[in-house]
Design a protein around this ligand. Structure first.
Ligand SMILES: Cc1cc2nc3c(=O)[nH]c(=O)nc-3n(C[C@H](O)[C@H](O)[C@H](O)COP(=O)(O)O)c2cc1C
Length: 384
């Protein structure tokens, strides 16, 4: 893994290893993928202005969040079905986060169970959910996340309906995966992934959903059940329900409009993740980075404001913090890593971001990230 020196290197390795249909599912966005590209390019206009003749040897990037001191100001965003890219990927990511001292948000569409994730990541685990069509299942999932000791519940609100992801439509991607001549050829051309997939039993059972399926249900049945419940209509009433039944920190993910941010906070949200779902829902979305300053203005200095979308460099992390984020999350970077090389790849993705951030902090004389005035390091932010 040492040869991967950037997130882009990990991306290339994941692309080489995964069947195209799966790599495209990770990589793709909605429509022409303008929104996806702009999530990354939104960082481009920013530059940093250094302060010299300071002793920077003691610099550190720890960041307190919800009363917990994390080793870096970034965590792993929830990504569904990770277990098909690499068997056990959810748990690998959870354990990577635990060892690195950063948060891991387990997806509501994960393959592994929240109970198993809690065993390997007791200090790092957060749980993301979409309301299920059956409210009793929603209540049970929340109760299980509570019993497992998850530190935060993350309600994702930015999937009112499915997005038009054209790579997936062209490739015929669906979950559960449908066997087709194209998929067989794709698998044949990527033997390392295919042999590992077959050796570990093929399509994995979505363990969080298995308890709600009839006895004897197989992996396909459970995936269909999960699909039939997920992505149902969600409204502000669901957020009120989550607030009533969840005892710890409640985070709302996918907030983009300042008025939605204010409303979520007024209903009891402890934190917000500004996000457009990695550009996967609709094409003409605004990059989350651009919305950060107005959302910060809307909710004030005391609400925990986080963001994700397009973080590929340590400098991206610092840019987001300078523009008002308390913390950021990365989705694809650790997925590339775990897909390319399992635990070593996931660890490398975290190391790359951490080392790049550390190097930048040293270069510009930024000793820690606690200061309320980080913005002074950004040069001419109005260039954006
Ligand atoms: C393959 C994939 C699956 C995802 N699945 C989920 C999910 O299950 N729940 C969720 O809230 N967000 C999901 N997301 C969105 C991520 O949590 C995150 O918002 C996004 O990836 C951030 O952008 P980035 O990939 O540029 O870092 C997914 C993203 C990807 C790439």
């Amino acid at each position: 893994m040492r040869q991967a020196i950037t997130i882009s290197d990990l991306r290339d390795q994941a692309k080489a290893r995964l069947p195209k249909i799966l790599f495209d599912w990770i990589e793709g966005g909605a429509g022409d993928e303008k929104g996806l590209r702009e999530n990354e390019s939104a960082f481009d206009p920013y530059r940093f202005l250094p302060r010299y003749l300071l002793d920077v040897t003691g610099r550190q990037q720890r960041k307190a969040l919800f009363g917990h001191l994390y080793e870096s100001p970034f965590g792993i965003a929830p990504t569904g079905y990770a277990g098909i890219f690499r068997p056990g990927a959810d748990l690998i990511l959870a354990e990577t986060a635990q060892k690195a001292g950063i948060p891991f948000i387990m997806s509501g569409a994960s393959v592994s169970s929240v109970e198993d994730a809690a065993k390997v990541a007791p200090d790092s685990l957060w749980y993301q959910l979409y309301a299920a069509a059956d409210v009793e299942i929603t209540r049970d999932l929340v109760a299980r996340a509570d019993r497992a000791g998850c530190h935060a519940l993350v309600a994702t609100i930015d999937i009112p309906i499915a997005g038009k992801r054209e790579r997936d439509l062209r490739n015929g991607f669906d979950f559960p995966l449908r066997m087709s001549p194209g998929l067989l050829l794709d698998g044949f051309l990527h033997p390392a992934w295919t042999l590992n997939y077959l050796r570990t039993g093929g399509l994995p059972v979505m363990a969080n959903w298995a308890p709600y399926a009839p006895r004897g249900a197989n992996a396909v049945d459970v995936a269909r059940l999960a699909n039939s419940h997920s992505f149902c209509v969600q409204t502000w009433d669901h957020l009120e329900l989550f607030r009533q039944i969840w005892p710890r920190k409640l985070v709302v993910k996918g907030v983009m409009h300042p008025e939605d941010a204010e409303r979520a906070v007024s209903l009891g949200a402890d934190g917000l993740i500004v996000s457009n779902h990695g550009g996967r829902q609709y094409d003409r979305s605004v990059p989350p980075l651009e919305m950060l300053p107005s959302l910060r203005e809307a909710v004030g200095p005391d609400v925990t404001l986080m963001m994700d979308g397009g973080i590929r460099r340590g400098s991206d992390i610092l840019t987001a913090l300078c523009l008002g984020a308390d913390f950021v999350f990365a989705g694809r970077p650790t997925l590339y890593g775990v897909s390319a090389a399992g635990a070593a790849g996931a660890r490398r993705a975290v190391e790359i971001l951490r080392e790049e951030l550390d190097n930048l902090m040293g270069q510009i004389g930024c000793l820690d990230l606690g200061s309320a005035d980080l913005k002074r390091f950004l040069y001419n932010p109005s260039r954006a």
